[in-house]
Write a new protein. Sequence first.
Length: 256
Amino acid sequence: MLRPVFASFGCIMVISLSQFSLQAGTTEQDLTTFSATDAALDTSTPISKTLATPMETPTTTTTQASTMGAPVTDDPMYYNYCPSLLPCDQLSGDCVDCDLSISCVYGQTYNTTCRPKLRLDCSGDQTVKRTYKCRYCYQTEPWEQVCTPANNCTVNACPRHMVQVNCSVLDEVLCLGKRRFHKKKECNWTSGYKWSTAFILSITLGGFGIDRFYLGYWESGLGKLFSFGGVGIWTLIDIILIGVGYVPPEDGSVYV
């Protein structure tokens, strides 16, 4: 009679001990997880430093705002060629803003009103009346332009060399578009050689190659010198070629 009772009691004790062990294990696991979390928090960025980081952002923004709000001290480009305190009616086209209409008829002359450019000081009436011809600046006449030399090329090349140069219109000329522009020009430059000097040297001292030396042909000049002008034949040929301008200076320029 007592054995079944003790057996039942023993089963109940075993079950109770098992549940207690499971709860203890869960508690230990939770404690381990909690400790790991604390460790991770300990190795992360300190809270004080984390809170300080957002506080630095407004300072940077303020600095940028103050920099953006600083006054601009750089002068405009036209300050380089626009004198100050000049009478307003004597300012060049680079120094004034004029009411030029792009709907004008090409070649026709119009009246316009001009004012000094921003931050440019001039004396007298700030509003100036002027006339202009309806055309773009690159369409102005050659005598109304100032261009850089078309050099570093061979003048007598075939076909003729075209060189890109920088041009600008004269100060008193008003025109549409940019006042400074690029333009293609034929190669045309001189380095100081005179045709008359070369021709005289060819007649008088051509047998010694002096004409070739003068024009810069050192190799052929030496050949002409040691051959005594090709026994006179070379000398005669050079007189004709230099006389008609067929032999130019060696550097590719034109005669003065």
